[in-house]
Design a protein around this ligand. Structure first.
Ligand code: C2O
Length: 483
């Protein structure tokens, strides 16, 4: 609350001075730029909170506009992806499983948020974030469950139990720690895209469960606000973590959106490096912004590479369906090398899943375990837990737009292999367990809507490498702040 009132007071006083020059602008940009708005934590936010009241008002106004209007709810959702036919500028442009996952979604939220400000008539509005990592926020936020609210989406466009509050995320599905621990930007981004991002989509299901429908649900945006926050939190950890400033392709990529006047605007990742400074928002509770600039390169930085494939899986593709599947990984030929590998600080053993494909959204989160002795109970707290696997965009053929891309997953396996060595097994079972949200606190077994096929499985050595580069620098556009 306090943040919001501080800002409102500020806008009121700044606006008084500025209004003379700006005349009857309903949308006083100058005052909005004066101090960053705060994207607040949704936890405990009451339905009557001004942030949610304005959000509802904007949705209502946006839904009243025709789909062809860039400010309409349909048009904005279609920028992400849509099942609507017809094609308008910027439709179907969302980025998943690519180098632009974080940057594209940051741009998307930024312009969308400006449109919400205009459509709600609330110039200081900021999109809240849903921190589902917090155990008290694992169910759907209450204001989104009220059938009378614009924030509501009826079943089955949300999966069973979310609208009643009985469904919740298992802790293992909303755990950003693997991504946070990485040093390489693209690897960290990929891990966060997988967990919690894809898992949240998969668990909620309904519209959220499929890329072409996800952005129709108002909860999509508070989910992505949290994902966007993780980018900042990742960077703020330091330790050699940097944006991919040496990657000229990344820096030069242009995407199109619409501003609150309905005019097309373009941006590159260089325009979205610093939320507070360039985009005028901060997240409640986040550390001081790390300021990185496309004009400045930082040496050295870390990248992650697969240095060597130790054991390529010899078998046919693995099919995942309704049941648990165990794939035996024969480690005999590398057993001797393992203790030394486990000691190496910059290297680690990884399990790579390549060419992961399904026809439609599978509607299931697979938990992946390595080396647990047969007949032991599998739980995400065990050292044998590698992580989760959810197909959301990459790998889902039905959702391919233009080029189809199979999904790819990498799991750190040191801990599991170390534990497995003590069990003296010849072959380590790699186990895939289909899971869903908790229902009334208990594990559920959702129906697999579409089986998943894993084309190749490798045990490999992954390595963090220090890189320097003299690649040409793409200058930041002037001015830095979007108009
Ligand atoms: Cu573009 Cu969470 O999806």
């Amino acid at each position: 609350m306090s943040n919001r009132f501080t800002r409102r007071r500020f806008i009121a006083s700044a606006g008084a001075a500025a209004s003379v020059a700006l005349g009857s602008s309903i949308f006083n940009l100058e005052s909005v730029w004066a101090a960053p708005v705060t994207r607040r934590n949704l936890g405990g936010m009451a339905a009557g909170d001004p942030v949610l009241v304005s959000y509802r008002k904007a949705i209502k106004a946006m839904k009243a506009l025709p789909t062809s209007n860039p400010l309409s709810w349909n048009y904005q959702a279609a920028i992400h992806r849509t099942t609507l036919s017809g094609s308008f500028p910027a439709w179907n442009t969302c980025q998943h499983g690519t180098h632009f996952f974080c940057s594209w979604h940051r741009m998307y939220l930024y312009w969308w948020e400006r449109i919400i400000r205009k459509m709600s008539g609330d110039p200081g509005w900021a999109l809240p974030y849903w921190d589902y990592h917090d155990p008290s926020q694992r169910t759907l936020p209450v204001p989104f469950r009220d059938p009378k609210s614009e924030l509501y989406v009826a079943d089955p466009n949300r999966g069973t139990g979310w609208n009643t509050g009985s469904a919740s995320f298992p802790a293992s599905h909303v755990d950003p720690s693997a991504g946070m621990a990485e040093f390489d930007y693209f690897l960290g981004q990929g891990d966060i895209e997988s967990n919690p991002h894809n898992n949240v989509h998969g668990d909620i299901g309904g519209w959220m469960g499929g890329v072409p429908t996800a952005a129709q649900d108002p909860v999509f945006y508070v989910h992505h606000s949290n994902i966007d926050r993780y980018w900042n939190l990742w960077l703020a950890q330091g330790g050699g973590r940097h944006n991919p400033l040496s990657d000229t392709t990344w820096k030069g990529q242009t995407y199109t959106f619409f501003n609150e006047s309905g005019t097309a605007v373009t941006m590159t990742p260089c325009d979205v490096l610093r939320c507070a400074e360039q985009l005028n928002y901060t997240y409640e509770g986040e550390p001081t912004e790390v300021k990185e600039y496309c004009l400045r390169l930082i040496f050295p930085w870390w990248i992650f590479v697969i240095a060597q494939v130790l054991i390529p899986w010899p078998g046919p593709p693995v099919e995942l369906g309704e049941r648990e599947v165990a794939v035996p990984i024969d480690i005999a030929q590398i057993r001797e090398r393992i203790p030394a590998l486990l000691q190496n600080k910059n290297e680690r053993l990884v399990i790579e899943l390549n060419n992961v494909v399904s026809e439609r959204a599978p509607g299931v989160v697979w938990e992946v375990y390595l080396g647990a002795p047969p007949n032991t109970a599998l739980s995400a707290e065990s050292p044998h837990f590698l992580g989760t696997m959810t197909l959301f965009a990459a790998g889902v053929r039905e959702h391919a737009h233009g080029g189809f891309q199979p999904a790819h997953f990498t799991f750190n396996a040191n801990r599991a292999i170390e534990a497995a060595l003590r069990t003296r097994q010849e072959k380590l079972p790699l186990v895939f367990v289909p899971t869903g949200p908790l229902i009334d606190g208990k594990p559920s077994h959702p129906k697999v809507q579409s089986p998943v096929r894993i084309g190749a499985i490798n045990v490999a050595i992954g390595r963090n490498e220090e890189r320097k580069s003299d690649a040409p620098i793409v200058p930041e556009r002037e001015p830095n702040k979007p108009k």
